[in-house]
Design a protein around this ligand. Sequence first.
Ligand code: ADP
Ligand code: MG
Length: 317
Amino acid sequence: MKEKKEKSIEDLPGVGGTTAERLRELGYSDLMAIAVASPAELAEIEGISEGTAVKIITAARKEVDVGGFETGDIVMERRKEVGKVTTGAPVLNELMGGGFETQGITELFGEFGSGKTQLAHQLAVSVQLPKDKGGLEGEAVMIDTENTFRPERIVQMAKALGMDPDEALKKIRVGRAYNSHHQMLLAEKASEVAKEHPVRLLVVDSLTAHFRAEYVGRGALANRQQKINKHMHDLLRFAYLNNAVVVATNQVQANPALMFGDPTKPIGGHIVGHTATFRIYLRKSKGSKRIARLIDSPHLPEGEVVILLCEDGVRDA
Ligand code: ADP
Ligand code: MG
């Protein structure tokens, strides 16, 4: 998925200055974003008819490689570069086939307090470790939508691993997203950061909170899912281009009335589930214990393990 040469969206037919500006505002800032958009999606933008949308998309597709077919050996070659980051809990690493994988999105979903944010903090520290210790000698970018990033936790977790806490903090860049649009913008900024720093982890915590709050009611649902879908694909692209781990959290309500329902099927969260490569359902157990269950993995068996949230971070129970 590499751009042939640096063309901008203004080079597309029918895209003048104002349209380009609108496209950028909505997150279609490069040719790839347009190439993978649907005509209906673009036609929703003021000043773009359905016909123009098709022309714009077709032209964008000629400029970028949106990915066709690859032979299995090429895919295998890229798979060989997949890196794994330790979660701090050997049982959870094992469940995940060695740790959280690069080139994919891992969705952490569960109710409030189930440990999604703690695990995200842990990974931001772990990713910095040398390879023989379960890291990728990398840096982290965290998109924080709920203001739950705590540098104090990073310090505790870094110390527990014998790392210099100040150094650890310097390798984590935190962006506070004020709304869903800003959140998507920050995901793009992450790509810029990754050009200058070895970013091997991108966290979006929470992926869904702003979208849920902003797109309310039945009428807004389709639009919301479309935006989340685009966001997820941006994240996946980040994961591929940077051989990075992407972690997205998704809060779901445990419904005590739903005794026979499947709590692992989050309401309205299907778009996220379809695009995520790995899905981990976290739920509370006794005290600081949490149960992590792997769901729908393309190549790993389902299973669940018990982990512990403690001052040092995430560990085996
Ligand atoms: P969420 O899934 O809502 O993001 P969190 O990841 O914030 O949940 O998990 C909150 C839990 O993390 C707390 O209930 C507590 O068990 C644990 N925790 C948070 N900070 C600490 C700490 N400093 N020491 C030990 N456990 C902690
Ligand atoms: Mg949280």
